[in-house]
Design a protein around this ligand. Sequence first.
Ligand code: NAG
Ligand code: NAG
Ligand code: NAG
Length: 235
Amino acid sequence: METVLWPPWSWFCLWLLPRLLLSGPSLADAALHPQESIRINVTNLKSIEDIHEQVIFNISFFNGQVLVNDFPVKNGVTRVMCPTVILESGSTTGRIQEVAVRILVHEWPLVLGSHIKLIVVQEEVMEVGGKQIQQEDTTEIEFLVNEEMHVLRYSSFSTPLKESMLYSISRDKDILFTVPNLSGKEVQAPLQTTSQYLLQQMETTVEEDTAPGKLPETPLRVASPSSYKECSPYW
Ligand SMILES: *[C@@H]1O[C@H](CO)[C@@H](O)[C@H](O)[C@H]1NC(C)=O
Ligand SMILES: *[C@@H]1O[C@H](CO)[C@@H](O)[C@H](O)[C@H]1NC(C)=O
Ligand SMILES: *[C@@H]1O[C@H](CO)[C@@H](O)[C@H](O)[C@H]1NC(C)=O
């Protein structure tokens, strides 16, 4: 899904270029598997008293793909239902809860004729635990990648959601995904495996839609306790 270039953004990009080239983690650190742990401030309005919370996501770039909590998201706007860590304001221990989040991934060719691209990621949390929330700011993450899809630099900053490109894109065209519920201990598992696992899992899900009854070619080891059991003969 391609989005129309919004004029103010192209200027913003030009302004951003020197900033990106001059700041950010070192090349060696960044090229491996850069990961940003971002915290989005949200307010739960449905309760008697407003509750301020932080929704935490791990956003990384690996094998030419943006991953959100190890779930690969493609260019365009993807709406993902996934469990993630929620931190109540003033608390240091988080809980895991299902959130609905819109994620924008957009590529900009940095300079005409160059293969260096700027990949921009923005997030809009829609629901936490099935309840609508209010979000003022989004965290924008930018990965500067070369032709070989190696990250040269990356950075993140907070920006008002209402001024973001993500906010200006209609929700009607979102691509929807539900990440299998991984509660408690299971949530740790996919983070330790390679992102390839979730890629395969996603492709399998897509395949199953078109070819019902087809067995996944690879065992889904950590999808859920039940599929773990199904796959146990492989071990
Ligand atoms: C998010 O909230 C925390 C306090 O709960 C505050 O310290 C932080 O600056 C806020 N971040 C943004 C981007 O507003
Ligand atoms: C993010 O990654 C860190 C380390 O890789 C992990 O400890 C943490 O649980 C992850 N957080 C989320 C929200 O997945
Ligand atoms: C997913 O897990 C969370 C926390 O473990 C739980 O609150 C929620 O009800 C689960 N959602 C589904 C659809 O099973």
